[in-house]
Design a protein around this ligand. Structure first.
Ligand code: B3K
Ligand code: ZN
Length: 887
């Protein structure tokens, strides 16, 4: 159990960044011996320890482990020298300067439904140690600044566990009596305990090789269940491409003789970068055209590269403490996004990542859990693996690169790794390396790490046609967040251009600059609360500013009039600004229509928006992937995020009405796209093919909204044709949202065909959970009782509960309060089973401040109900109590 609390227990304590103290003892080497058994695994640990602080008291973390015996330099330890702590840990008084501590413990992998530590999944053993799971395996100073060399021996039944894997390189194996066998692994690189891994079971390997630039021959293997070998090709190709890219881009080579990946169906997150033995959720490994969508393929490329890149940014150079989490996560997300941009259409990848940032991180920054990229305190660290730490952290690294330039950034990375290889360091160390490599002062820039909240960037401008002088006034404010009422300005790089009234780019000459060679794009740096940027030598017409090109900073831009947005959407040379201006335009119109709907007016498609859509359709075939993104209306949640008091019903009605009208207005062109983009050849996963499918399915989706079109028959035919999962799911999406008579039959057929493929069955749950149909809430309640629903499987919980609560605002916010009640029931049921996943589900209930009084009251009541449960985990406690806070 994850540190259960009963109602009489004290409130769980917060840990503060300022309280960091170096460890009293270092661990030089760890020798582990596992005797694997489902309910009684024995772990013998020999730790070579050395004192480095003043204190002679050694404290080791421990949780859900039963101590059998302990000795110090061969002498048996007992009370009072050895003491069990209330936290579950161990304390040894009067420890020498340097000694060997040996412990023997017993743990039950089978009872471990938390999926943290050593657990069983489908009869096989897996571990998950980040952040604090190693203490559930053995007693240890379980903190990332204790780095040690590990050797690991495992023994198990040969019949049920033919495969025995751990970190590092293989170092021997053999037979044992009674059908058992053993294997030994040695990891030459010092590492923190959170990177420890063990996999044992009945798995098969898909093998390949990679030769590094310096000639090291690396054996690659992906371990999966028998029958899944044919579904590993994309993951393996992604791994090899990542290895080559890290060498080419950063000169970073792999550093062991083997690189193993093992895939598991029961996993709390996407994947884990354990040294030399990555463990992956099957969702990010297995893909066949008939079972995985294009988004799944893209997710595999992203996650495989992300975990691989951690080998240097995270593993070789790791975090001093968990407050530094973004040191490895923000930087590694930046690296995986850069890699994906290199592998596909850079512009489309960029705007998709921005869309995701805005869908997840902006609301977090505006909600009760808002925290800086480098948090100041936490109760449960697993609650801080957030969009802020990951995605905003990546944006901060990206801005730094923009400010100091790509060449200096590369020098900074080299310096960072040369200085800190095999060390556990801080975000300040990273910024210092960038500063030293570039010679630029980044001290103000560091505010991005310390300050929570999304800065709001406002633009005003004025033009004097007589002198050709244009003044662009940029100002910034960051709203208060919990615990941070006052904000300072942050340095905001604003990549920009100016367009003439004919759409042509204008030369950008700032006042006082030489007229020669004025660029057409530049990066302004807004450092103060408000600054003027004066451009000279412009012609007669008022220029239109194109700002934040490529999304050069994670801010909210406002102040551009609707006509400028429409102009930019059609004319700007920067694809991000084109897309963004269209989205801003649509958002503004949707907000206006929501207000009108509340005043009793029926929504109608505004001409300006219709023109933008027409322009996208005109150029759709030249860049289908971009067109698919540009055709999508802002999500209901995004629109709600712009309102002080949201109105989920009105937003839904407006968005649906617009979709219907777009379908009707453009029906012939949408039908032509759906026909023309059909692919008769084999399924391909290159960017062009993905873009064509995305646009074709966007066309189908609009068409099916409009009565009197053949959208639904097309969806039925596409579903029946079953060309690939992307097309099947897009067709089924349309049917599931409809009242088409073929709906139930299609759902039943899909279930019957895929009932034994858990990843596909997850899609079946998620599709129904996110349906727009009026009866969705009842359907979701029924699905929670479906025999295929399983609270112990995180993917299934996310597919039903997560998809519903975070992805279906109109039904989650049902006026009856039943949506809130459903989520609370699920959190309450899940918390004793898997507290990490339970805590993750709480989020949507924390959005009560943006809802009307009635909804806010019901949401708070559900939060209170969860909080009143006895033995709530500290993770769920933290999320719920922070969600209830009034500030
Ligand atoms: N580092 C892991 C995340 C661990 C989450 C622990 N609650 C995966 C990743 O970011 O690569
Ligand atoms: Zn990561």
């Amino acid at each position: 159990m994850n540190a259960p609390l009963d109602s009489s227990a004290a409130t769980p304590a917060a840990i503060h960044r300022q309280d960091y103290r170096p460890p009293a003892f270092l661990v030089e080497s760890v020798d582990l011996h596992f005797s694997l058994h489902p309910t009684a695994t024995r772990v013998r640990a020999k730790l070579a320890l050395r004192r480095q602080g003043e204190s002679r008291v050694l404290e080791l973390d421990g949780e859900a482990v039963t101590l059998i015996e302990a000795s110090l330099d061969g002498t048996r330890l007992a009370a009072p020298r050895l003491e069990m702590l209330p936290s579950g840990g161990l304390r040894i008084a009067d420890a020498p300067d340097s000694f060997v501590l040996e412990t023997l413990v017993e743990i039950s992998p089978e009872a471990n439904t938390e999926l943290s530590g050593l657990y069983l999944s489908g009869g096989n053993y897996f571990t998950q140690c980040e952040a604090e799971g190693f203490r559930r395996i053995t007693f240890f100073p379980d903190r990332p600044d204790v780095m040690a060399r590990y050797s690991v021996t495992m023994e198990a039944d040969r019949a049920t566990c033919p495969v025995l894997l751990s970190n590092g390189n293989p170092a021997g194996s053999g037979e044992l009596p009674e059908g058992r066998h053993w294997a030994r692994w040695e990891d030459p690189h010092p590492k923190p305990s959170y990177l420890f891994a063990l996999v044992a079971g009945d798995l098969v390997a898909v093998r390949d090789r990679f030769t590094t630039r310096s000639g090291r021959d690396v054996a690659l293997a992906i371990y999966v269940r028998d029958g899944d070998q044919d579904a590993c090709g994309h993951a393996m190709a992604s791994l090899k491409a990542s290895m080559a890219w890290d060498e080419a881009e950063y000169g970073l080579e792999y550093d062991l003789d083997v690189f193993n990946i093992a895939a598991v169906s029961d996993f709390n997150m996407g994947a884990m970068e354990n040294k030399g033995l990555n463990i992956f959720n099957t969702k990010y490994i297995l893909a066949r055209p008939e079972t995985a969508t294009d988004a799944d393929y893209e997710g595999i490329e992203t996650v495989v590269s992300h975990e691989y890149f951690h080998n240097w940014t995270g593993n070789r150079v790791t975090c001093r403490d968990w407050f530094q989490l973004s040191l490895k996560e923000g930087l590694t997300v930046f690296r995986d996004q850069h890699f994906s941009e290199f592998m596909g259409s850079a512009a489309v990848k960029r705007l998709a990542n921005v869309r995701r940032l805005r869908a997840a991180q902006f609301p977090e920054d505006a909600g009760p859990m808002a925290h800086p990229v480098r948090p100041d305190s936490y109760v449960e660290i697993n609650n801080f693996y957030t969009a802020t730490v990951y995605q905003k952290g990546s944006e901060v690294v990206r801005m730094m690169r923009e400010l100091i330039g790509a060449a200096n950034f590369r020098k900074g990375m080299d310096l960072y790794i040369a200085r800190h290889d095999n060390q556990a360091v801080t975000i300040e160390d990273f910024v210092r390396a960038m500063q030293d490599a570039s010679g630029l002062d980044l001290s103000r820039f560091s505010r991005w790490y310390a300050q929570a909240g999304t800065p709001e960037l406002r633009v005003e401008d004025s033009f004097d046609p007589a002198t050709g002088r244009y003044v662009l006034t940029l100002s910034q404010t960051t709203p208060p967040t919990p615990g941070q009422p006052e904000k300072q300005p942050v340095p905001i790089p604003v990549a920009m251009g100016l367009l003439g009234p004919d759409g042509a780019p204008l030369p950008l000459r700032l006042a006082g600059e030489n007229a020669a060679e004025a660029p057409e794009e530049r990066v302004l740096l807004l450092e103060e609360a408000r600054q003027d940027f004066v451009f000279e030598g412009l012609g007669e017409g008022k220029p239109i500013p194109s700002l934040l090109r490529g999304f050069s900073a994670p801010v909210k831009l406002s102040g551009l009039p609707l006509e400028s947005l429409g102009f930019l959407a059609a004319r700007d040379s920067d694809p991000f600004v084109r897309w963004e201006s269209g989205q801003q335009y649509a958002t503004a119109e949707m907000l206006r229509l929501v207000a009108a709907h509340r005043a009793g007016e029926a929504p109608a498609l505004p001409e300006g928006l219709a023109n933008i859509i027409a322009a996208v359709l005109d150029h759709a075939e030249s860049d289908p992937a971009f067109a698919a993104e540009a055709l999508a209306l802002p999500s209901e949640d995004f629109v709600a995020g712009q309102m002080t008091v949201a109105d989920p019903e009105a937003i839904h009605i407006v968005r649906q009405a617009l979709r219907r009208e777009i379908g009707a207005r453009f029906a012939p062109r949408l039908a032509a796209l759906h026909d023309g983009l059909e692919n008769s050849g084999p399924y391909r996963i290159d960017g062009v093919s993905i873009g064509r499918r995305a646009l074709r399915n966007a066309a189908l989706s609009y068409l099916a909204q409009a009565p009197g079109t053949d959208g639904l028959p097309r969806a039925r035919a596409q579903f029946a044709a079953g060309a690939n999962m992307t097309d099947v799911l897009a067709a089924l999406r349309v049917l599931v949202d409809s009242t088409d008579p073929a709906r139930e039959e299609a759902l039943a057929a899909f279930h019957a065909r895929w009932r034994n493929d858990p990843l596909v069955l997850d899609k079946w749950f998620a599709l129904q959970a996110t349906s727009s149909r009026a009866d969705t809430l009842v359907a979701v309640q029924a699905l929670a009782l479906h025999p295929d629903f399983d609270l112990r499987n995180p993917n299934r919980v996310r597919a039903l509960v997560g998809a519903f609560a975070a992805g279906n605002p109109v039904h989650f916010h049902a006026a009856s309060g039943e949506g809130y009640r459903f989520l609370a029931e699920m959190v309450i049921a899940l918390d004793p089973v898997n507290s990490q996943v339970a805590a993750r589900m709480v989020g949507p209930l924390g959005d009560w401040k943006r809802q009307n009084e009635q909804r806010a009251g019901m949401m708070r009541a559900e939060l209170q109900r969860i909080l009143a449960r006895p033995n709530l985990s500290k993770g769920t406690f933290e999320k719920v109590s922070k969600s209830l806070a009034m500030d």
